[in-house]
Design a binder for this molecule. Sequence first.
Ligand code: OAD
Length: 260
Amino acid sequence: MSAPSRIAEVVAARLSAARNLLVLTGAGMSAESGVPTFREAQTGLWAQFNPLDLATPDAWMRDRELVWAWYCWRASLVRRAEPHEGHRVLARLGKRLSALQLVTQNVDDLHHRAGSEDVIHLHGSLFAPRCDTCGVAAEAHVIPSVPIDGPPQRLTPPACAHCAGHLRPGVVWFNESLPEHAWRRASDAAIKADVVLLIGTSGLVYPAAGLPGAAMAAGAFVVEINPQETALSRTISLHWNEGARVALSEIERHLSQQGT
Ligand code: OAD
């Protein structure tokens, strides 16, 4: 049996024995769908754009049109992307293993579109705009549906229908708190988990990056699926040097062989 297949077998055995399973995904989960990650050299969004200009409350106050345009472009990229087999495997595992809780840092909707039903979004969503003043949620159709090929210079954010505010992207920016309910559910799932799959995250952005450590401290077996070593690789139980699509497909194949 090849080494990757042996790792898949070990991980599948852990999963089928788990009472509570946490899957935490990051931008690398969507990379094989063509959605750019943040921190990879050259291709990562933060290698091309300055987060201080685009992903902070101050940036929004300074230049709402620049920020709205950038997020509309990202929403357009995601709308044109499709979930890959790894997303679909997670959706099937969610139905097969009732104890699986899926938590994502991603602001795309690829887990939902692949069929996952209960996804905790720690960093919000590109498709959940809300008013920057009264906080009321708006419909996703306020985001232009025409394909946008590159980030436009400026787009005017729609006015709020209820107050004098403007609609802002429904994502969590640097210097903002995570949605309280989502964070509480994710923390509970980490503490309860006996197995954690950590997929496609650099493990640099807290508090999400603290979840695997909390799970380890409570006794969980933590497997990282990532073609690169990360800030967390040496602190967890097993680093699996593989992309999300192949690794998840292999896990599913072994679970089927084991009859789970
Ligand atoms: P990063 O861009 O920091 O890390 C992406 C990780 O995915 C890297 O470790 C890659 O090696 C890995 N990767 C790339 N291709 C992969 C593949 N096919 N399979 C598995 N892994 C792969 O993204 P995040 O850790 O998600 O915040 O970033 C965390 C947060 O920082 C994001 O949620 C975002 C950003 O600023 C907000 O939007 C609030």
